[in-house]
Write a protein that binds this ligand. Structure first.
Ligand SMILES: [Zn+2]
Ligand SMILES: [Zn+2]
Length: 315
């Protein structure tokens, strides 16, 4: 089968089709999407080599599966189910896990993948496939609301009006609290405003302006210090950025101001599909372009451009 392989660079190659083992099924990829994590992987994040990609919509090809012929999305962490963390409800932290297109598991920029059957969720009929491909990042956005309680009286700053930042912004809008989404890129701020997000240029934020909750989804190193400088004492900082490099932070300010810092990664797929199905989150305005698989290298080039949001690939 044809696949995009990352070694030192990205190349499209002919590689063997993956074979399902144990509880895995074979899935034919229909749509995939480029995530910031993929762009970091090709800069060395996680030291991953192989086929990247973890956001997808596919069709189950294994005849013996009850999901045969169904269109599905899939949870990206493949956990052992037996260790202490799996048994205590923390499967996404299983030390024995593989992660689709990120860690020891061939990803979705290929014709086929394998995933455990239990990772898959059927896509409700009323969700267009080009929206369903947002299920994984939307689940990651929803994870914030599994981790903290936000009161309607609290104000929230979201740093970064990128792909994930705008999904997170839509959720805060639903929540009803006072939120503002900041970005340095004028095109992104304009796009965000067009989709009804309360967005503003970062330069409009005063040095002394503060929020009870700050969310860093800037996707760059300085985001964490920027967010900390706009947090009230005892405020909460949610970190969504994962980058290949790491940043120094002054821990004293965290002690003195009693900041709470919360790392936030993968979330549940059911609430994401439910929000998409009810039309309460609309990811369509976040699609910058759709390329065919033959143009996948061009798709990556487009995804790397500063004003770009989500780039999809039709397989
Ligand atoms: Zn992703
Ligand atoms: Zn485990």
């Amino acid at each position: 089968m044809k696949a995009l392989v990352f070694d030192i660079s990205l190349t499209v190659k002919e590689i063997p089709c993956p074979q399902p083992r144990n509880h895995e099924v074979l899935i034919k990829i229909l749509f995939s999407a480029i995530c910031n994590t993929d762009l970091e992987i090709i800069k060395g994040y996680m030291g991953f080599k192989g086929v990247p990609g973890h956001e997808f919509v596919g069709e189950v090809m294994t005849r013996s599966s009850y999901l045969f012929g169904k269109k599905v999305v899939g949870e990206i962490n493949c956990s052992c189910g037996e260790c202490y963390l799996c048994q205590t409800g923390r499967k996404t932290h299983c030390p024995n896990r593989t992660v689709l297109g990120i860690q020891d598991h061939q990803g979705v920029f290929a014709e086929y993948i394998v995933l455990p059957e239990e990772n898959l969720k059927i896509i409700p009929d009323n969700i267009p496939l080009t929206s369903a491909v947002f299920t994984e990042p939307l689940a990651a956005a929803i994870e914030i609301f599994e981790q903290i309680q936000i009161k309607p009286s609290q104000n929230v700053y979201i740093f970064g009006a990128g792909k994930l930042g705008l999904l997170i912004s839509q959720l805060f809008r639903l929540n009803g609290c006072l939120y503002t989404t900041f970005d340095t890129n004028e095109v992104k701020v304009k796009k965000a405003l067009e989709t009804g997000i309360n967005a503003s240029l970062l330069s409009s934020l005063g040095e002394s302006d503060k929020a009870e909750v700050c969310v860093d989804c800037t996707g760059n190193l300085s985001g964490i210090n920027l967010a900390l400088s706009h947090l009230y004492p005892r405020g909460k900082l949610i970190l969504k950025t994962t980058v290949a490099k790491s940043e120094k932070i002054d821990l004293n300010q965290i002690v003195i101001n009693e900041f709470e810092i919360i790392g936030s990664r993968c979330g549940l797929f059911e609430p994401a599909l439910s929000l998409l199905s009810q039309g309460l989150v609309n990811p369509q305005p976040l699609i910058t372009a759709i390329f065919s698989f033959n143009e996948i290298l061009k798709a990556f080039e487009t995804a790397e451009k500063p004003g770009s949001l989500k780039v999809l690939i039709q397989h």
